[in-house]
Every structure is written in C-alpha cells, then in structure tokens.
Design a protein around this ligand. Structure first.
Ligand code: ZN
Length: 108
C-alpha cells in the first residue's frame, strides 16, 4: 500500500506536470508565424520541423492523458496499481514517472 503522504506528493507532482505539459501543447499548437512567406529553400526544413512538432505534440498529448488518468485513479483510490496485473507499482518507479500505469514486469 502507498502511504497517503506519498500519494499526496505524487498528486502535487502530477498537477505541476500537467500544467507544464498543457503549456507545451499550447505552444506547439500555435500557428506558424512565417507561413505567409514560405521560402522555397526552407520548405524541406519546415516540413521536417512540422513532423517533429507533430510527433512532439502527440507525445505530450499522450502524457497529458496519462496524467489525467493517474489523477482520476488517485481520486478513486486505485493509484499506483498496475493496470495489467493489479500488483503495486514500486514507489521508486512512481517517483520517476508519477503517471506510470504498469509495474516493471508488465511495463517493459
Ligand atoms: Zn503488472
């Protein structure tokens, strides 16, 4: 069982992380400033940048979803339990990744 103190600590961490990730998503979603004036030489570079930003965006959105799920699990008292096997996820692993959904055995 996780202690209430530990869960509270993870909750604070999740909420902080959630704000940071939401901010990153907002920044990535902002329209490009130089879109009106595409320089042909830059097109290839820009396309690569867009792909990078798109994948970054989906990574952040995935984390945001996991954070929301973790906060929901804190609310209903199932936080820190592996979604696959039902075993307790180690505190060490949760401290590193508070939104972790699987224990070491199932997660890797
Ligand atoms: Zn497991």
């Amino acid at each position: 069982m996780l202690s209430k103190d530990f869960i509270q600590k993870m909750k604070t961490k999740l909420e902080e992380e959630r704000r940071a990730v939401a901010e990153k998503i907002l920044k990535l979603k902002k329209p490009e400033v130089d879109e009106d004036n595409p320089d042909l030489d830059d097109l290839g570079h820009d396309a690569a940048d867009d792909i990078l930003e798109d994948s970054l965006l989906s990574v952040h959105e995935e984390i945001l979803e996991k954070i929301d799920n973790a906060l929901a699990r804190i609310a209903d008292g199932t936080y820190g339990v592996c979604l696959k096997c039902g075993k307790q996820v180690g505190e060490e692993d949760l401290a590193k990744e508070p939104w972790a959904e699987h224990c070491r055995v199932c997660g890797k």
